[in-house]
Design a protein around this ligand. Structure first.
Ligand SMILES: Nc1nc2c(ncn2[C@@H]2O[C@H](COP(=O)(O)OP(=O)(O)OP(=O)(O)O)[C@@H](O)[C@H]2O)c(=O)[nH]1
Ligand SMILES: [Mg+2]
Length: 330
């Protein structure tokens, strides 16, 4: 990677990794090009970006001429982050959404029950995480909407059906199908440096239906024939086995910290509604989340937390820790 890429560039790149539609991709690529420091070391990257931009523009033009519509499914992001439930037919994705959230997608003993993505909010301690149920992925079917959702998610939960002998083939089909696209699964989320456009989404492997007869044997076969190095959480979505560990793992995988804000004239912070922010985020980032005026006019701030003495005065570049309480003065 060329040296001296700015914070703004890296932010645009992260957004690009998550872009769910060609329009979003184009907007992010243009931003990346604008934010890129222009010097010899970035010549190659600049050229690649320009080529990508013109290709996308050409494709958009062709789609327009053909009268193609891009996906209209738009589910707003909510909560501390987004996890998307994916897998082959009948793996128990909808049952898992039912068990972890108050959403009520249809659960049925036959495949291809779910046709559209369905959101739900999963509570964990004092925060909420958005989960999305999706239609099944098979060797032949991979809905572009689902693909966009996987790219845009902070985390994918790949379900395996341990209740049927077809479950292992089902998960292998999902992996093969994804490997044939620009949307892939990995231990961490990142963008392929050598192939701009290939986006990897952090994934947890979730073998489901451990309550079913023969499920333990199938789990062994999964480890033997389909070894994956994703963190693994075996569950029964129906009986509730393993769900507490999974909840916590989902929250932890988002890699966010909670921050409570306190008004200067109040004694107690607002412990009801923490802000959540990527680990490594700063005080200025929180100020921007509250309101851009707060960020622009921020004079001083005080922090209470595990890494500082109570009420320490800090500046905008202070890196926040989980459960910090901040008091912003504008
Ligand atoms: N024994 C057992 N059955 C389960 C479990 N979770 C789901 N099932 C059953 O598996 C079948 C499929 O569950 P769904 O949640 O509809 O599966 P899905 O992955 O959403 O299926 P599609 O929408 O078709 O992709 C249903 O009959 C569920 O009752 C589980 O933990 N144990
Ligand atoms: Mg379903």
């Amino acid at each position: 990677m060329p040296a001296n890429l700015t914070q703004q560039y890296l932010k645009a790149e992260e957004e690009y990794r998550r872009a769910a539609t060609p329009d979003e991709e184009l907007r992010c690529l243009e931003l990346m090009l604008r934010e890129m420091p222009k010097h010899k070391g970035t010549d190659k990257l600049q050229a690649e970006l320009k080529a990508k931009i013109s290709k996308l523009k050409k494709e958009a033009q062709q789609d327009k001429q053909k009268g193609k519509r891009t996906s209209s499914t738009r589910i707003p992001r909510q909560g501390a982050g987004r996890g998307v439930l994916i897998g082959g037919p009948n793996a128990g994705k909808s049952q898992l959404l039912r068990s972890l959230t108050r959403a009520t997608p249809e659960v049925a003993a036959y495949p291809f029950t779910t046709r559209e993505p369905i959101p739900g909010m999963m509570p964990w301690e004092d925060v909420m995480v958005q989960l999305l149920d999706t239609p099944p992925i098979t060797a032949d079917i991979f809905d572009p909407v689902t693909q966009g959702l996987i790219r845009g998610a902070d985390l994918a939960l790949l379900l395996v059906d341990l209740g049927s002998d077809d479950g292992l083939d089902g998960v292998q089909a999902v992996l093969d199908r994804l490997n044939g696209t620009k949307t892939r699964l990995a231990k961490e989320s990142f963008l392929d440096e050598n192939d701009l456009g290939v986006s990897y989404t952090r994934t947890l492997l979730v073998p489901n239906k451990i309550d079913a007869p023969d499920a333990p044997g199938r789990l062994e076969l999964l480890h033997e024939f389909c070894p994956l190095d994703f963190p693994e959480y075996t569950i029964s979505a129906q009986h509730g086995t393993g769900l507490e560990a999974l909840r916590e793992a989902v929250y932890r995988a988002l890699d966010v910290v909670r921050v409570y804000t306190k008004l200067p004239h109040k004694k107690e912070p607002d412990f009801e509604r923490p802000f959540t922010i990527r680990r490594g985020g700063t005080l200025l980032d929180i100020a921007e989340m509250i309101h851009k005026d707060v960020a622009q006019n921020l004079k001083t701030a005080r922090v209470w937390g595990s890494h500082v003495h109570d009420g320490t005065a800090v500046k905008g570049d202070y890196v926040l820790h989980d459960k910090d309480v901040v008091e912003l003065h504008v």
